[in-house]
Ligand binder design. Structure first.
Ligand SMILES: Cc1ncc(COP(=O)(O)O)c(C=O)c1O
Length: 434
């Protein structure tokens, strides 16, 4: 059997492709163009999943594709261990320029998980402390370090103990579920639990880092209240703890700011960056102050493939496109249209409990009953499948998949937002109440 003979790549993969990887759809994809992904029958889907927040400029973006083609002809192989190369240095300069002071030093790696592992190693080496505080519901990746701080789904942890020692979990401010939308109450309660953790479980002087997703991603698309991020910043300052922001999903303009931590008016000590950085090619980065990476020390961390020149050339094109086309403003404007459109649907449909988000990182939480806010663990997955049948790709998230998450491309148009909202509304209406 060859790929020429069949268009059903799932059948083709039957014997040889791992059954371990989770998939949202059992469809066979052929190519992507702009904001549409095409299956092997040639049917186009409006792609608001983007490989889970990766192809933020859409598929086959002309500027990114041209940069990739040009670099492929010059130098493909890893070069960072041998010296310097133009696209790597240029991306480091341009990426650093998107951060506030003092964040100016970039280490390139390959994936979000690797960036998290590296950030944890940096924190331990630099502080000489072992403790790491992470938040319940967080997702940080699949390598051992990243899995050790991940609690968004038990299946990601089961059978893998013992994890990295010295990891402590605190509650992420569950603004809607536990505090009925009261951000300040959620923030105050979560900070107070964190303080009591420091009073009775682990001394803050033994904690190297607090690791947070400024917008909880896989865990349910929950933006951390600004006051919570500020509270974390001052706790870290008080105790000499490094604040690590996992911006793997929330960064790169997704929330209408370049970095989601900006919404809190804080500056973390270390930032993990990946996903959208090269619009589809594998690349990630750890960003911190130069002083911190100097203390980490030469040779303390590294990667054969990190900072691949082709991925970095794509990365330069991505950053320049975001800047030249003012895509942060587009993310804010289109995000507001999306939330308004979804709000109209929610006004007529009490299966929707909450619509929340920043910019183009929007979650719609489904409930069995608005008064109890009991999550609906089955409708969102059915809705996701039915939306795909109707030509729209959106994904679910949250511990029991109670949330439909919207991750449109940053350069999405108003017409595409309307088209998607219409498909979503019609599909939801058509789904019988269970
Ligand atoms: C917030 C966050 N951190 C880390 C990761 C891990 O990234 P990767 O899958 O590239 O290892 C992800 C992936 O979804 C993520 O959403």
């Amino acid at each position: 059997m060859t790929t020429d003979a069949v268009r059903d790549f799932a059948a083709l993969a039957q014997a040889n492709l791992t059954p371990v990887l989770g998939r949202y759809f059992e469809r066979s994809w052929s190519y992507g163009e702009g904001h549409r992904l095409y299956d092997s029958d040639g049917k186009g889907y409006l792609d608001f999943a983007n490989g889970i927040a990766v192809t933020a400029l859409g598929h086959a973006h002309p500027r990114v594709t041209a940069a990739i083609h040009a670099q492929v002809d010059r130098l493909i192989g890893p070069i960072s261990a041998l010296g310097f190369a133009e696209p790597i240095s240029r991306l480091a300069i341009e990426l650093a320029a998107t951060f506030p002071d003092p964040l100016d030093s970039v280490m390139f790696l390959n994936s979000g998980s690797e960036a998290i592992d590296g950030a944890l190693k940096l924190a331990r080496r630099v502080t000489g402390r072992a403790g790491i505080v992470a938040f319940r519901g967080g997702f940080h990746g699949r390598t051992y370090g990243a899995t050790s701080v991940t609690t968004s789904n038990l299946n990601y942890r089961t059978g893998y103990e013992p994890f990295l020692p010295g990891v402590y979990f605190a509650p992420y401010p569950a603004v809607y579920q536990e505090f009925a939308g009261d951000e300040e109450a959620a923030s105050t309660a979560s900070l107070s639990i964190l303080r009591s953790l420091f009073a009775s479980v682990v001394a803050p002087s033994e904690v190297a880092a607090i690791l947070i997703e400024p917008v909880l991603g896989e865990g349910g698309y929950i933006p951390a209240p600004a006051s919570f991020l500020r509270g974390l910043r001052s706790l870290c300052d008080e105790h000499g703890i490094l604040l690590i922001a996992d911006e793997v999903q929330s960064g790169y303009g997704r929330t209408g700011a370049m970095w989601a931590f900006e919404h809190g008016g804080i500056v973390p000590d270390v930032v993990a960056v990946a996903k959208a950085i090269a619009n589809g090619l594998p690349l990630s980065a750890i960003v911190s102050s130069r002083a911190l990476q100097e203390r980490w020390g030469r040779g303390a961390h590294g990667s054969t493939f990190g900072g691949n020149p082709v991925a970095c050339a794509a990365g330069v094109a991505v950053l320049e496109t975001i800047r030249d086309e003012d895509l942060l403003a587009n993310a804010r404007a289109r995000g507001a249209e999306l939330v308004a459109g979804l709000g109209k649907i929610a006004a007529e449909d009490d299966r929707i409990g909450d619509i929340r988000g920043l910019g183009l990182m929007v979650g719609v939480e489904f409930v069995r009953d608005r008064s109890t806010r009991e999550p609906d663990a089955s409708l969102p997955d059915q809705l996701m499948a039915a939306c795909a049948d109707a030509g729209l790709l959106v994904l679910t998230c949250g511990r029991s998949h109670e949330v439909v998450r919207w991750i449109p491309p940053l350069n999405v148009t108003a017409a595409e937002i309307s088209e998607a909202v219409e498909i979503f509304g019609e599909t939801l209406a058509a789904l019988a109440r269970g």
